[in-house]
Design a binder for this molecule. Structure first.
Ligand SMILES: [Zn+2]
Length: 275
């Protein structure tokens, strides 16, 4: 599933093609994805001029000049591409927008866990999917002090706590594993014990790994591509994720990278390097 760096990469790619353009055609080829499309969506989109594109956690928010906001989530397999008007239709292109300069934007989603919603701008803080979301890890409100406070009293493993979007927005399985390795914290450690310098180290590791992944254009996951169809390359720099049994990059442990299951998801880590 695309995480913050992949969504941010898509947002940046789309912003270059979409901002300032007018939508001249909106086609919905089915009534829903994970949820039904809001009533009258195509009509609302047609004629609207696109303003800024924002991101909140793993959501993309597209500002429209009618004071509306288009909310997108890629789900498990969603991808949004912006290409020329000669790009062919593909199976699973569920939403197709035509812009006034000939650009065609396609939301393709074979597994249909993605989401498209429309809401009045300014109400996004109250939207059920965005309300209660924790701070942006790359924003000014996220640091060790915040993290220690958010984790206080949490009797779950730190791995699970970091996947909780109410604690911090945008992280998923890959970047949580990578950040914990970088911070030398065991994924099994009780969240409440991450305080003081440990919390500061973890906050810094999270920011570092996200920054580097965005710089690399995200990780190329099975179904994920950037808005221009290119692939990111951060997956080549994963230290532990998906590397069970491989040499641990930071130490000479015999065991190498281990995989365990936590809350039904794979965790990759080194039991010696991470405590
Ligand atoms: Zn090791």
């Amino acid at each position: 599933m695309p995480e913050l760096p992949e969504v941010e990469t898509v947002r940046r790619g789309l912003a270059l093609r979409l901002s300032g353009r007018r939508i001249i055609g909106a086609e919905l080829r089915r009534p829903d994805l994970r949820r039904p499309f809001p009533p009258g969506l195509a009509r609302r989109l047609e004629g609207a001029r696109i303003g800024d594109l924002r991101r909140r956690g793993k959501y993309i928010l597209i500002e429209l000049d009618d004071d509306g906001l288009l909310l997108l989530h890629l789900g498990m397999s969603g991808r949004i591409t912006a290409g020329g008007n000669n790009t062919p239709d593909e199976k699973h292109d569920h939403v197709v927008l035509r812009l006034d300069d000939g650009t065609v934007v396609r939301f393709n989603d074979p597994r249909r866990f993605g989401l498209v919603d429309y809401l009045p701008r300014g109400t996004e803080g109250a939207h059920p999917l965005l309300a209660g979301m924790g701070p942006e890890p790359l924003g000014p409100d996220f640091d060790g002090a915040y993290l220690a406070k958010a984790l206080a009293g949490k009797l779950t493993p730190i791995k699970s706590a970091l996947l909780d979007q109410k604690i911090v927005a945008g992280l998923g399985n890959i970047y949580v594993c990578e950040a914990l390795y970088r911070a030398r914290l065991s994924p099994r450690r009780l969240a409440a014990t991450v305080t003081g310098t440990r919390a500061a180290r973890l906050a810094q590791a999270i920011r570092g790994v996200l920054d580097e992944a965005i710089e690399a254009g995200g990780s190329s996951l099975r179904d994920y591509v950037q808005a221009n169809g290119e692939l990111g390359y951060f997956q080549d720099r994963w230290a532990v994720y998906g590397r069970e049994g491989e040499k641990c990059p930071a130490c000479n442990c015999k065991e190498g990278v281990r995989r365990i299951t936590q809350a039904g998801r794979s965790t990759f880590y080194c039991a010696r390097w991470q405590r």
